[in-house]
Design a protein around this ligand. Structure first.
Ligand code: ADP
Ligand code: MG
Length: 256
């Protein structure tokens, strides 16, 4: 038996299989970072970060601006290659993958939800979702099935009757819901969410967070959500914080 005294899960793999998301000693250095006095020099945005998350759990990531939260998500999403260390998604190591395979893994197993929903202005809510299936190569019957699935997902995020609206006809909260539904197309093992509620009022932010909690359970994703709001972070299964590119406190695992 292992009991965990901070809110961290154990760093080793669980008996049921690999962790959905696992980072080991990840360091990320930007060659052209900007120092506080404005000079350009290499900047260590992530400093030996180890972290893992089980499927079906949601983790809140808090920390001051510039502490490395978005960099952590970018590395976990396979968008930035770490300078050193490794990243596993559902047991597959990301950092050594050729670009093509990395892109496929990103598309199929990693859902990203960022602060600005970046929906395509000319597409309806339903089309935003169907497009992702099209980009995965679905045609004919499979594309039809994806359209049905898209409608189900919109229903699930509370937009059952908004499917034909374009982004400018939706509220900020509704756009973020489309974004969440879109991230759930495919079969994401991991959901990476960067300040999804910072443009929303408190009530809407709360309901977006509750939606993320529900989808984490229903879709069995390992969800990592960056938030400035301590009250929202408190809704997650555990909360971790970053400072100067490091997670704090360091994970403490106490055998009992
Ligand atoms: P957070 O999301 O916690 O605000 P970031 O991960 O965005 O932090 O940034 C961490 C540090 O890395 C900051 O000092 C930031 O200025 C720097 N940084 C972020 N992205 C880049 C980049 N593409 N090039 C250079 N420096 C960057
Ligand atoms: Mg950020």
């Amino acid at each position: 038996m292992t009991s965990i005294h901070t809110s961290f899960a154990p760093m080793t793999q669980v008996p049921g299989g690999p962790m959905a998301l696992q980072l080991d000693s990840v360091t990320l250095t930007y060659p052209d970072g900007v120092d506080q006095d404005g000079t350009t020099r290499a900047l260590k945005a992530l400093d030996s970060v180890s972290f893992c998350a089980e499927a079906g759990t949601i983790t809140g990531l808090v920390g001051p601006s510039g502490s490395g939260k978005s960099s952590l998500l970018a590395v976990a999403a396979g968008l930035s290659r770490p300078t050193s260390g490794s990243v596993h998604i559902a047991g597959r190591e990301l950092t050594g993958l050729p670009e093509r395979e990395l892109a496929a893994l990103r598309r199929d197993r990693i859902g990203t939800i960022f602060q600005q929903p970046n929906l395509l202005p000319s597409l309806t809510a339903l089309e935003q979702l169907v497009l992702t299936a099209h980009l995965r190569g679905s045609r004919g019957k499979r594309l039809k099935a994806a359209a049905t699935r898209s409608a189900e997902l919109l229903d699930l995020v509370g937009l059952g009757s908004e499917g034909n609206r374009r982004p400018h006809q939706l509220s900020g909260g509704q756009r973020q819901r489309v974004n969440i539904a879109r991230a759930l197309m495919g079969d994401p093992a991991v959901l990476l969410v960067d300040e999804p509620t910072s443009a929303l009022d408190h009530e809407r932010a709360l309901s977006i967070m509750e939606l993320l909690l529900a989808t984490t359970r229903d879709f069995h994703t390992a969800t990592l959500v960056v938030t400035h709001d301590a009250e929202l972070a408190a809704l997650t299964d555990r909360s971790i914080s970053m400072r100067d590119g490091r997670l704090e406190p360091e994970p403490v695992i106490t055998p009992s």
